[in-house]
Design a protein around this ligand. Structure first.
Ligand SMILES: [Zn+2]
Length: 269
């Protein structure tokens, strides 16, 4: 067995027995790593108590050759991002991101880029400097980009020539907008706007930080939620419940009094 030491975010955990847990980390050095934390829930465990979901930890584990469940031997949380846990909106965005990471990152994939992206997201949600939904959508855009799944912008995805109209049909199967001539390429294409696809691409650019400078209309943002939900449902073979809950929470907020005011001031800052 090899001793592996790295940083890792706990992205999934489940009880294995009365005293043990199975914790999946997205690590900086070894990608997605599933570990068994034996005796972690015992009062005097040398692992220092149960791991919090989304805690950023220094971890040491024993790599089991040929196996996919490794043995956690040390775990020290360096940040639990306490700030984001106090706000239901930001917490839900963070847990939805953890769910997506578990689904997107496949075992054996080098996870450094995804790990860094996730720590960046959690830090931003923790500080609460930007709207949680913008941060979450930017996270999704970059996650798609890392995995080569970011939709094509600017041209029809089928003929690569025509510029799609402002209101166009989006093909999840082909990963982009279709021009009028190419509609027959995907009978399941759905209506969206070129602006929402362009917004997704703009959010995928890490050099665009801080994102509050991005110009966006509320209409493009609402369309983007629909696009992201339908595209993720296609890519992942079903939309995770937590992402759907987050979408509903973000899209159905009453635009009145304090809530709307907070949203608008966040958007125009
Ligand atoms: Zn076309």
């Amino acid at each position: 067995m090899t001793i592996c030491k790295t940083r890792g975010l706990a992205i999934r955990k489940l009880d294995y027995s009365e005293t043990s847990q199975i914790v999946t980390f997205l690590t900086e050095g070894y990608g997605k790593t599933k570990t068994i934390a034996k005796g972690i829930k015992r009062p005097k465990s040398r692992l220092g108590g149960a791991v919090d979901l989304l805690a950023d930890c220094e971890v040491v584990f024993l790599e089991k050759p040929g196996g996919d469940l490794h043995i956690l031997t040390e775990c020290e949380a360096t940040s639990i991002f306490a700030g984001l846990r106090e706000d239901p909106e930001r917490a839900e965005a963070a847990f939805a991101a953890a769910d997506l990471l578990d689904r997107f990152v496949y075992p054996g994939e080098r996870g450094k880029e995804c790990y860094q992206l996730s720590v960046e997201l959690l830090g931003a949600l923790d500080r609460g400097e930007e709207r949680a939904e913008i941060l979450f959508l930017a996270f999704v855009a970059r996650l798609l980009k890392i995995h080569g799944l970011l939709p094509l912008v600017g041209h029809c995805v089928a003929c690569r020539e025509a510029r799609p109209a402002r209101e166009s049909m989006f093909s999840s199967r082909l990963g982009g907008l279709l021009c009028k001539r190419c509609l027959a390429n995907d009978p399941y294409a759905f209506k969206t706007t070129a602006g929402s696809v362009a917004l997704l691409a703009a959010l995928a650019k890490p050099d665009r930080l801080p994102r509050r400078r991005l110009r966006m209309s509320e209409t493009d943002l609402r369309n983007l939620w629909v696009l992201v939900a339908r595209y993720l449902a296609f890519v992942l073979d079903g939309l995770p419940d937590i992402v759907e809950r987050l979408r509903r929470r973000m899209c159905k907020q009453p635009d009145s009094a304090g809530v709307g005011q907070r949203i608008r001031s966040g958007a125009s800052a």
